[in-house]
Design a protein around this ligand. Sequence first.
Ligand code: UD1
Length: 436
Amino acid sequence: MDKIRIIGGTRLSGKIPISGAKNAALPLMAASLLTDGKLALSNVPYLADIVTMANLLAQHGVDISFSAPAKNIGRTMSLSAGNIHNLTAPYELVRTMRASVLVLGPLLARFGAAKVSLPGGCAIGTRPIDLHLKALEQMGAHIELAEGYIHAHTHGKLQGAEITFEKVSVGATENILMAASLAEGITIIHNAAREPEVCDLAYCLVEMGAQIEGIGTDTIRITGVDELHGCDYSVVPDRIEAGSFAAAVAITGGDCELVGARMEHMQSVAEKFADAGVEMIETENGIRVIADKKIQCIDIITQPYPGFPTDMQAQMMALLCVADGASMITETIFENRYMHVPELMRMGAKVITHGSSAMIRGTDELNGAEVMATDLRASLSLVIAALAAKGETVIHRVYHLDRGYERLEEKLSACGANIERISERTAASFKIPEAA
Ligand code: UD1
């Protein structure tokens, strides 16, 4: 297991390339199961979660190739599901990545059966999948839960249905979008998720021949078609990566351009940065972040898109640790998403949590410490705090970061950050001599 060492105190300036969005690429990859044609995805980030999804699809029988253009960014992935021989998504893969459950809708729609491991709990909460299952049942699927698996099958094709989600769910909207594209008749999804990653999937499905209206609204109407075909599609830039780097730039009082970032996907985040005294200006190639004032305290409530994203909560908290005054964050999406708080407090942050709320009192005194990454976005909050902290911070368990941030150290050090990765394997083999 690798560690990351950061020595805080340098101001970030320069350009940071923004990768394709992991949360868009994962459902797009799952969509390859809907056709025997070739889906060629470009701008795919090279990340642990992408590799996990590729392994999952490969064991179903998807033929995958991943080409690496210059500098390892924006890879192209070709997926052909013309020879699917296994309809089971096994526990070993699903437990490491919840998004694996996105194979359920496509498998069921195209092959009439699927067996997918229940994802189980995860670090940020219980995260059930009842909405996915209930909606598929409404479409005529027979679902049983046994031995930790979802056993699903249909008699004939899935049927279009009118589905009202009682809660906005990104994953459930994506699963039903894919299933409904090959179902018989019309499906209407009410209270659909509107995240740019959901729209990216819908636009790709349309390129593949699906009939979808209302993309980007909370009511989506899908008219099922008999078959879909392959297409070329470029993954949308990652708004959460862009927002994370904006917070990193802001905490160092820096000035950077986030190349490729799209302002239209970042309105709620940009508004909060503006309230905190950080400018985000749209440029020809992305967004410029300028932080030349003292950070001001702000209040944030996480909400489904277009509200403030839960996936930016931890990173914004790190920034607010150095603000003038006290800020309040209320997390409404996940019930256990403050695991970064005790780690930030090890660095001198003054945070009190109570249920879904956290109060952050600003301080000028963040200090380097040994801390532990607990989940993907929490890990980045530690990186952000470390960039402003006095002295050295060592972040353990960086495999969480590797799930969602492509070439993080390289991107930050190119803008002046003092950051390096230490391979723990070297340290471990030093301490524990190999058996003779
Ligand atoms: C996706 C994102 C994740 C992000 C989250 C919310 C991917 C791969 N992951 O996760 O990074 O934090 O959206 O923006 O895109 N819920 C239920 N029943 C369900 C499904 C969800 O109660 O069947 C609840 C969840 O527990 C949570 C809320 O609905 O409280 C939203 O979850 P959801 O939007 O489904 O998150 P994911 O799709 O898992």
